[in-house]
Design a binder for this molecule. Structure first.
Ligand SMILES: [Zn+2]
Length: 333
C-alpha cells in the first residue's frame, strides 16, 4: 500500500481502509483470551469495531494515532520474582517493543503513532505493598530510559502529574471520590464474567480479578513468609477488589483526559472488547516485566520468575551502571 504523506488530504474511504491496516498490525501482537484465539484473525471485524472510528478520525485529521496503556506500576516487592525495585532489561525490552510497534505503524501512515504509558502504580501502591519511594524511583527511571533509548513515540502520565501534591493518600482519595465505583456492582460484574459469560467486559473483569489475585498472592509468597497460603489468598481476594476499583477509576480518568486514544491493556481480551490486549515483549507471555526477570535465551528475551531462572545454568548480567539487568542462559554444549 502506498504510504500516505502528511500533506495529502485523505478521503473517508481511504482513512477507513488505512485504519483497518493499522489495526491489523496492532492485532498481530495482541493478547486474547484462549476461548477467542481460534476464531479471531488480525482482521476480525468485531475486534476492530470498537477502535476503527478513533483510528480513522486521527487519519482524517492527519494526527498521530494515540494509544494509552495503563501499566508499568512499579516492581513487585517480591525478590523471588524480580531483581529489585528499579526498571531493568525486562522494562527496556517492553518499552522498545512498544516504540517499535509505533515505528511499524509509521511505515504505512507517516504521522505515525504514540503510546502514552499511564502508570497505575501510585493508584494502588499501598494495596500491593510497593513503597512510595521505590515507586517514585521506578517512575523516574522509566522516563530516563525512554529518553536514553530515544523512544520518541513513548511518553508517560501518572497520578503525580495531575496535581503536584505529595500527599499520595489524598490524591488516591480524590481519584476515588471522582471516579470510584460501587464495590457490590463490581462484585456482580466479576461474577457475571465467570463460566458461560458472553459480555466481553464482564469476561475481562473476571479475568482481571483472577489474574490480579494470583499476582498479589505470588507477591506475598516471598522466602521466609510465615503466614498460610489460604490466609494470604483470602486477604488478596479482598485486596484485588480494592485494586480493581482504583484501577477502573484510573481508567475512567484516562478516558476523560485522552478521549481520542485507543485503549491498550496488558490483560488478554475477548473478541470485540473495548481494549486491545497487547503482548509487552512482542511474544505471548503469562507474566509482565514488573513481575519477572528478563532472560536472554538464544532466541531472544523471555520473562521468568527470578527464583526459577536461578535454578537454570545462567549468569546475572549487570548494566553499565553496575546494576542487575537480566540473566543470560549459558549454553549446554
Ligand atoms: Zn474477534
Amino acid at each position: 500500500m502506498e504510504k500516505i504523506k502528511k500533506e495529502t488530504a485523505v478521503s473517508t474511504n481511504e482513512a477507513t481502509h488505512l485504519a483497518k491496516s493499522v489495526l491489523s498490525r496492532v492485532m498481530q501482537f495482541r493478547r486474547m483470551i484462549e476461548e477467542c484465539q481460534d476464531n479471531c484473525t488480525t482482521e476480525c471485524p468485531k475486534c476492530h469495531a470498537p477502535h476503527k472510528n478513533k483510528v480513522a478520525t486521527a487519519i482524517m485529521q492527519n494526527k498521530k494515532i494515540r494509544f494509552v496503556l495503563p501499566g508499568f506500576p512499579g516492581k513487585s516487592p517480591n525478590l523471588a520474582k524480580v531483581l529489585g525495585y528499579l526498571p531493568d532489561m525486562a522494562e527496556k525490552q517492553a518499552l522498545q517493543f512498544l516504540n517499535d510497534l509505533c515505528s511499524q505503524i509509521q511505515e504505512i501512515y507517516e504521522p505515525g503513532a504514540e503510546v502514552i504509558i499511564c502508570s497505575d502504580g501510585r493508584v494502588f501502591s499501598d494495596i500491593v505493598g510497593i513503597s512510595e519511594e521505590h515507586l517514585t524511583a521506578y517512575q523516574i527511571e522509566i522516563d530516563r530510559l525512554i529518553d536514553e533509548l530515544k523512544l520518541t513515540a513513548l511518553s508517560t502520565f501518572n497520578l503525580d502529574d495531575i496535581k503536584k501534591i505529595h500527599d499520595f493518600d489524598q490524591a488516591r482519595t480524590e481519584l476515588l471520590k471522582n471516579y470510584g465505583q460501587d464495590l457490590n456492582l463490581l462484585k456482580d460484574k466479576i461474577k457475571r464474567g465467570g463460566k458461560d459469560a458472553i459480555d466481553p467486559d464482564d469476561i475481562e473483569a473476571n479475568r482481571m480479578y483472577c489474574g490480579l489475585t494470583r499476582f498479589l498472592v505470588e507477591d506475598q509468597m516471598f522466602p521466609g513468609q510465615t503466614r498460610s497460603k489460604s490466609a494470604i489468598q483470602k486477604e488478596c481476594k479482598e485486596k484485588a477488589y480494592l485494586a480493581i476499583i482504583r484501577s477502573n477509576a484510573w481508567t475512567d480518568l484516562i478516558a476523560e483526559k485522552f478521549p481520542d486514544a485507543i485503549r491498550l491493556s496488558i490483560h488478554p481480551q475477548a473478541c470485540g472488547a473495548k481494549k486491545i490486549g497487547i503482548q509487552l515483549l512482542g511474544i505471548e507471555t503469562w507474566t509482565t516485566p514488573w513481575h519477572a526477570v528478563a532472560v536472554n535465551t538464544n532466541k531472544g528475551f523471555i520473562l521468568m520468575k527470578h527464583s526459577e531462572v536461578k535454578k537454570l545454568n545462567s549468569k546475572l548480567v549487570l548494566d553499565e551502571y553496575g546494576r542487575s539487568s537480566h540473566y543470560e542462559l549459558i549454553s549446554q554444549n
